[in-house]
Design a protein. Structure first.
Length: 237
């Protein structure tokens, strides 16, 4: 990923308690399977840095909706749990990693389905991945990109899971806005750099290099609203 130059289920026909029980059982199974993967990732990655230390990356304050323990909150929690189980199983990743990708993507305005696809293509879910262009971690962030958002960040910080995910998803969201939600151009800019993509387009060329197809194949774009972001912040706490 290049540095920036400027600046989207199964219908269970059971009661909520039965559904919750099934989800809990699945979560325990996936968590147990994912334990081995978590241990290897911890050994590969440098010591973590708390996301609270990078204050500029903490999501902007928002007033989340108040559910007051109603059935609506239970439904949202069950939907989230069901989605997390599905992503963990599909990509064969630990439940805690699936949870981080899902929650941070929503908080940053990115459809979780797109977020998982991006991480799969960029790093294959390897926290210590590093390219020959010095792009680092799950979302393959360069230090220059990270410092665009928070000048205090260094290479070591980009090996911390939540920092890396938040920077990558925030950058992608900014590119989607810049290119008016043209997903192909936004992803090409993520991969090649917006300056290079803009230059090719201005010269009448085609910036496509296959990267956008690898991420988007079979994907149906979905916009994330501010209300959905607020709900994600509440449910992710």
């Amino acid at each position: 990923m290049k540095s920036p130059t400027s600046l989207p289920r199964p219908n269970w026909r059971k009661g909520p308690l039965a559904r919750a029980g099934a989800l809990l059982a699945g979560a325990l199974l996936i968590s147990a399977i994912g334990g081995w993967s978590r241990r290897s990732q911890i050994e590969e990655a440098p010591p973590s840095r708390s996301i609270e230390a990078t204050t500029n990356l903490v999501p902007a304050a928002a007033t989340p909706p108040s559910f007051d323990g109603t059935a609506a909150l239970l439904t949202l929690k069950l939907d989230r749990a069901e989605a997390l189980l599905g992503y963990s199983a599909r990509y064969q990743i630990p439940a805690d990693l699936a949870t981080a990708i899902y929650d941070i993507a929503l908080q940053e305005g990115i459809d979780p389905q797109l977020a998982f696809r991006l991480v799969k293509v960029e790093s294959n879910f390897k926290p210590a991945a590093k390219s020959n262009m010095n792009a680092i971690g799950f979302t393959q962030v360069q230090v220059a990109t990270a410092r665009f958002y928070d000048a205090s960040l260094d290479e070591k910080a980009l090996y911390e899971r939540d920092v890396n995910l938040r920077i990558g998803f925030r950058f992608l969201n900014d590119l989607l806005k810049q290119y008016r939600h043209d997903y192909e151009l936004a992803l090409l800019a993520y991969n090649r750099g917006p300056g290079r993509v803009n230059q090719i387009v201005a010269e009448g060329g085609d910036p496509s290099n296959g990267y956008e197809n690898a991420v988007l194949r079979g994907y149906q774009p979905k916009r994330i609203t501010k209300a959905m972001q607020a709900q994600a912040r509440e449910l992710g706490t």
